[in-house]
Design a protein around this ligand. Sequence first.
Ligand code: NAD
Length: 454
Amino acid sequence: MITSTSPQRPDDIVARVRASTPEDVHEAAQAARKAQPEWIDAGAAGRAKALGQAADAVQEAATELAALAVREVGKPLAEARGEIARSVAILRYYAQQPFDPVGATHNPSGAGLLFTTRRPRGLAGLITPWNFPFAIPLWKAAPALAYGNAVLLKPAEPATACALRLSELLTPHLPAGLFTVVAGGADTGRAVLEEADVVSFTGSTGVGRAIVAAAAQRGIAVQAEMGGQNPAIVLPDADVEATAGSIAAAIAGYAGQKCTATKRVIVVGDAAGFVEALVEAVRNVVVGDPAREDVTVGPVIDAAARDRVLAAAASVEAGGGRVLTGGTEAGDTGWFVAPTLVDGLGADHLLECDEVFGPICSISRVATLNQAISRANAVQHGLVASLHTRDLAGVLDAANRLDAGMIKVNAPTTGVDFYLPFGGVKASSYGTKEQGKVAVDIFTSSHTVTIEAG
Ligand code: NAD
């Protein structure tokens, strides 16, 4: 059985369903494969129409879906609304993809015709985390479907109700069996891996690596988006107030539970004024019931996540640092943690070198941009980095040398446009990026056709 409960009111059971067994997954995979020819026969116009109708359905249900995200994964209401709007935009964007060319014609070496074409891979297995319970499943499912694949979606257990509701909205517009949510945990995920022709995963680095290895063992295409340990580098010429506000939101928004959240702040030069402003900005973020309009920091997802953040904060003094603000629980019920800033840790402390998925961030101080870039790069992850300065030469230098798949200048690490490639380098990602046009590389195979005049 899977039980998902509300992180702000843990006695509120949001979903309680039977976990899909390997037999269930096999049956769903067979039904999906059976449905796929009808989906391909629908042609570009048919697939575009169906995805457009799915977008309308999600749009019509926007208020209800945002409320469900608030209740099931504790996402603050304003962010939940933003996620639904993004989900609709993703569906509308990929609804147009069937009209794109699927290859190119080239000059042949001799007489004849030489061209490339793309085919759907078949059955796409999508394994997703809980933190974007609608947008992440959709930024995988929408391109998978647009390019003609069938889909099995294995959502994270804490987001089960969101995934099942999404399925109710999408399936009326698709051939029966083409898209199925298989609820469950790691065992269900492993069963999906056994059935799929391509796997797209988002989640933690450890699980992602195991999935990549298992997919490689089966010889199927795989793509994985994993953790981040994202730095924000602040140069002496940055606008102190604006930068502090922007970074505070990137640290604490949605209780720091975004792969793109800022986890490290690296201040170049005399840091005192900026650190003071950042502490003030972090103290000013509104923590509370995520259903409230004014709240930006709700609970973390469960008791274990809360305990990990509190344990990391408790280890700071022994690591030679100090807690500048936070480090405690916040609230009587639910898994609330006060947004936490720590300072003065060595590069080998957990908070500097690994992802703690919650509202906690470590500050370090260096003398030069060069040292800041070295410190930023001295971790296994490389998802996104931000740089705050008006110095164009510094920006260009950092843009060339930061180990990050996405680089933001005078903007928070969080929030990336849905129509551009999303993903990182090093331990943050494996395989091609996702979103935007690059999704075609995940969900289709390329074929080169040479025709000689017989
Ligand atoms: P998780 O790795 O625990 O779980 C992700 C998914 O994998 C879930 O559906 C889970 O049930 C499944 N799973 C777990 N073990 C499995 C196994 N052995 N075989 C198959 N499936 C298995 O991650 P989470 O706690 O749901 O999400 C938080 C993590 O996701 C953070 O590390 C965060 O940085 C990362 N994340 C990354 C991105 C990105 O795009 N880079 C986006 C959002 C979240």
